[in-house]
Design a protein around this ligand. Structure first.
Ligand SMILES: C[S@@+](CC[C@H](N)C(=O)[O-])C[C@H]1O[C@@H](n2cnc3c(N)ncnc32)[C@H](O)[C@@H]1O
Length: 305
């Protein structure tokens, strides 16, 4: 059984405190409100070296790419983007909020998107930047920045076609402010993709007791059940803050196979797609998808709202 977080927190180094202090000070100087919860950030501070270890602490996030990347890609294409062989997301500007080590930014960049990955933790951005440098294709397509969402709002108003916040909202301090900021930096009719964990008895048993304390799939202390977000609450917040929720799909992790699948129930993990209201409705994609694309598209089947 792993207890990586609590072990490291007690043995916190001077440099670590300095880094957290810098994040907090920058926060206090820039805005009175913050989406960043320093207690949550500390959990990620000590695992920055593990982002790209496919068998390590973040293995479930690696395998989540098998379903979340096609979900994002196909939804974006179906919103009316023109398809380009090999670079289907070419011309799409994506903001990956809470990008961590870049596990999701990289495949989106390889699909042709221009990706800005932000994360409030410097260690994460350092790892993401270093890993990106292994693939020359990504050099011009991805840029990373150590920042919170609220700190880039002013310079990024209506700049992005797509925002992804995958496994992030359960860590933020002020979810409504976070959503308001998403709305501000998205272009009209832009898409927001969120994956997160529901707040149910089942998510407590499977997400915390089993995943953290028994199976060690996720480091112990990674999640605070109190911060989990029911889809109904997320939908209400989104609809009240300029979004129209289009899809909510349940997701299930199988620890035996280490793989994710789409399910109807949203009682544990779920993925949500919302569109910023007020823009011109995008036209549907006219080009038929290839056989391979259609197969991947079927992975996106789920519960439409
Ligand atoms: C579970 S990781 C997910 C990383 C990445 N999105 C992925 O799926 O591979 C959560 C990430 O959110 C970041 N984070 C925590 N609080 C945040 C906040 N308020 N705003 C943006 N990112 C935050 C953490 O530093 C961490 O990198």
């Amino acid at each position: 059984m792993k207890n990586v977080f609590s072990h490291h927190i007690s043995g916190i180094s001077f440099m670590t405190w300095l880094s957290l202090l810098r994040v907090t000070t920058r926060r206090l100087l820039s805005t009175s409100q913050s989406s960043v919860d320093p207690k949550e950030l500390r959990k990620f501070q000590f695992l920055a070296h593990s982002w790209w270890d496919e068998q390590g602490e973040y293995s479930a996030l690696h395998s989540m790419n098998d379903i979340r990347v096609p979900f994002i890609r196909d939804t974006v294409l179906n919103m009316g983007s023109t398809y380009q062989q090999g670079s289907p997301l070419s011309g799409i500007k994506i903001l990956d909020v809470g990008c961590g080590g870049g596990l999701l930014s990289e495949p989106l960049g390889r699909l042709g998107a221009s990706v800005t990955g932000i994360d409030p933790l410097e260690e994460n951005i350092r790892v993401a930047d270093q890993h990106k440098s292994f693939d020359p294709v990504l050099a011009k397509r991805i840029q990373y920045k150590c920042s919170s969402l609220e700190d880039i709002v002013e310079e990024s108003v209506e700049m992005f076609d797509v925002i992804v916040a995958s496994e992030v909202v359960e860590h933020v301090a002020d979810l409504e402010m976070f959503i308001k900021c998403c709305c501000q930096v998205l272009k009209p009719a832009g898409s927001l993709f969120i994956t997160t964990i529901n707040k149910t008895q089942l998510s407590y048993i499977l997400g915390i007791v089993v995943a953290e304390k028994i199976a060690g799939i996720v480091p112990e202390g990674a999640h605070d059940w109190e911060k989990f977000v029911p889809p109904e609450e997320l939908e209400r917040l989104l609809e009240a803050n300029g979004f129209s929720v289009k899809t909510v799909n349940g997701m299930l992790y199988n620890p035996l196979t280490g793989s994710w699948s789409w399910i109807e129930s949203t009682s544990i993990n779920y993925a949500l797609h919302a569109v910023k209201s007020g823009g011109q409705a995008p036209t549907s994609q006219t080009e038929p998808l290839s056989e391979m694309e259609s197969e991947q598209c079927s992975a996106t089947a789920g519960t439409s709202v």
